[in-house]
Design a protein around this ligand. Structure first.
Ligand code: VGL
Ligand code: ZN
Length: 214
């Protein structure tokens, strides 16, 4: 696959809390082998003129935290105004070390860091639309204004934030391609299987890093 000047790499949530803890930092919602994507993405990013990073960025007491709902535990679900919400351990709390981008991530030419999930009452898996399915993050307008048309997605986690970002990006009119070996999954029951089916249904191609040429 040949890259074009109007392509962008979208690096989703490669943050310490989604990776195994290092020296006691991060790991609050560690994705198995999450840190393995870091060197892969560092190398991959060098092939792209345009790189955009996202950062999950929750206030303390966020609606998605099990700790905000007495008697509830992580990975249980609750019904909220916008539908079913999976509950998580407290993670990516604004300004904490766990919310930082992974310290091994080295993409100095990244052009934008987009924060999402900062509204206390709405979660946001997607880089485009919050989980109420109507509050935009501004990313679609940013990309259009910048003339960026085709998006290659990587990062964490495959079955949550990468999944919803690819689907919403496609719905917003961008060609979205998922670089599967540059992702890792939370892997809740059926979440990976459903993600694959959703990608097929939405015409979202999955490729591996070694098929990208410059
Ligand atoms: C994510 C669960 C909760 C993700 C973010 O980045 O995939 N997953 N918050
Ligand atoms: Zn989150």
């Amino acid at each position: 696959m040949q890259l074009q000047p109007t392509d962008a790499l979208l690096v989703i949530d490669v943050q310490s809390d989604f990776c195994p803890a290092v020296n006691g930092f991060g790991g609050a919602l560690a994705v198995k082998d999450g840190d393995q994507v870091v060197p892969i993405i560092n190398r991959l990013a060098q092939r792209f003129d345009h790189v955009i990073l996202t950062q999950d960025w929750h206030p303390a007491g966020h609606i998605s935290f099990a700790s905000s709902h007495p008697g509830k535990r992580p990975y249980e679900t609750i019904e909220v105004a916008y539908g079913t919400q999976t509950l998580w351990p407290d993670h990516c709390v604004q300004g904490t070390p766990g919310a930082d981008l992974h310290p091994g991530l080295h993409i100095p030419h990244a052009e934008l860091i987009l924060r999402k999930g900062f509204r206390k009452e709405i979660d946001s898996y997607s880089a485009f639309l919050e989980d109420d399915r109507k509050t935009p993050t501004g990313l679609a307008s940013y990309l259009r204004e910048r003339g960026l048309q085709r998006l290659f997605l990587c990062g964490l986690a495959y079955d949550f934030c990468v999944r919803y970002s690819a689907i919403d990006g496609t719905a917003a009119g961008f060609e979205c391609i998922v670089i599967e070996d540059a992702t890792r999954s939370v892997d809740l029951p059926n979440s990976v299987k459903e993600t694959r089916l959703n990608f097929v249904k939405n015409g979202i191609e999955q490729i591996s890093t070694d098929t990208i040429n410059t």
